[in-house]
Design a binder for this molecule. Structure first.
Ligand code: NAP
Length: 303
């Protein structure tokens, strides 16, 4: 039985990945830095390892006996005062080093779709620097490049609840978002597959405007959509860069870029965004999973 290390196990994707890998018969060691968050996935993992990817000393023994390392470690909404370079680059670089030293045979890493067009974005620059080193390493590897996750689409529900959805650009660009459980299935295939890179999206393609309309439809409110012109947004982002910290500026910079380009990967999975929106909205007291994630930890994800 292959032994897999899952780094990022406490995150949105990582939780589905741990569960899916176990269901597919792999032995799973889950890495996390927060014991409470990690314990909440304990029933699925064979072993929990508390360590901090930015602190190599805390990773001693992490890859002992491991065949494949999977990492979805990266800053999304964390506010630790760390930079993308600290976590997305150096944290993953530390994992790669220990994997190389421990005789691991393969490294599977979750990157971002369209990264080649987004090199000017701080987050992507850090991720790409890691991918470049992964490609140079002696390890077999698969780089998974997904479109947006359903967890991120929940922002449309939050905005719709407040009465207005703001779009960057005219809302005509397209995306095929993917559910974490569907993406986890692709990650499981990547553990043993030969592909160096997989560009992945969900089964349905939407314009951003259609996602906003879907969110209003689910909550049963009339839709008010405001499109912020691309040029105006670009100028605002340039100003933000100088007046806000990276934790504020970074996600805005990323979002403005991806909302003004098509982000469509090879379709995978069957889970539909409308069902996800409905289950978010109806089953958790009209709060989205993201809102819950920030109000109480640990958080359960929707089916
Ligand atoms: N969300 C999207 O739409 C999307 C789309 C394409 C690609 N991606 C990429 O896919 C990956 C996974 O995304 P996700 O939505 O699952 O993100 P997530 O829920 O924020 O999970 C990220 C994981 O990285 C860990 N992490 C973050 N900062 C850390 C730090 N300073 N030290 C140690 N661990 C740290 C988190 O640990 P804690 O739980 O302890 O914070 C968590 O386990 C990310 O690299 C993201 O950029 C995301």
């Amino acid at each position: 039985m292959k032994k897999i290390l899952v780094a990022g196990a406490s995150g949105y994707l990582g939780r589905y990945v741990v569960k899916t890998f176990k269901q597919r018969g792999f032995w799973v060691r889950a890495l996390g830095r927060n014991a409470a968050k990690l314990n909440s996935i304990g029933e699925y993992a064979d072993e929990l390892f508390i360590g901090e990817v930015t602190d190599p000393i805390s990773l001693d023994g992490l890859c002992d006996g491991i065949d494949v390392v999977f990492s979805s470690v990266g800053i999304t909404r964390q506010e630790d005062g760390l930079t993308y370079k600290d976590v997305d680059y150096q944290g993953n670089r530390n994992l790669l080093t220990i994997a190389e030293e421990s005789g691991v045979s393969k490294f599977v890493y979750v990157h971002v779709l369209n990264a080649e067009k987004l090199q000017h974005i701080a987050m992507i620059e850090a991720k790409q620097a890691f991918v470049d080193e992964l490609k140079q390493s002696a390890l077999d590897h698969t780089v998974i490049c997904p479109s947006g996750f359903f967890s991120d689409m929940e922002e449309f529900l939050s905005m719709a609840r407040s009465g207005r959805v703001y779009l960057f650009g005219d809302g005509s660009n397209r995306i095929n978002p993917i559910h974490g459980a569907d993406l986890a299935e692709v990650c499981a295939i990547a553990l043993e597959g030969p592909e160096p890179q997989l560009d992945v999206g969900g089964p349905e393609v939407f314009t951003y405007r259609e996602i906003a309309e879907l969110a209003f439809d689910v909550i049963g409110k009339p839709g008010k959509i405001t499109c912020l012109p691309k040029k105006l947004v670009a100028s605002a982002v340039r100003v933000l860069r100088w007046v806000t910290p990276i934790k504020t500026y970074g996600p805005v910079q990323f979002l403005t870029a991806v909302m003004t380009m098509d982000v469509v990967g090879e379709p995978h999975g069957a889970r539909r965004l409308a069902s996800h929106f409905r289950s978010c909205y109806e089953t958790v007291g009209h709060k989205t999973a993201n809102e819950l994630r920030h109000s109480s930890m640990p958080t359960k994800h929707h089916p």
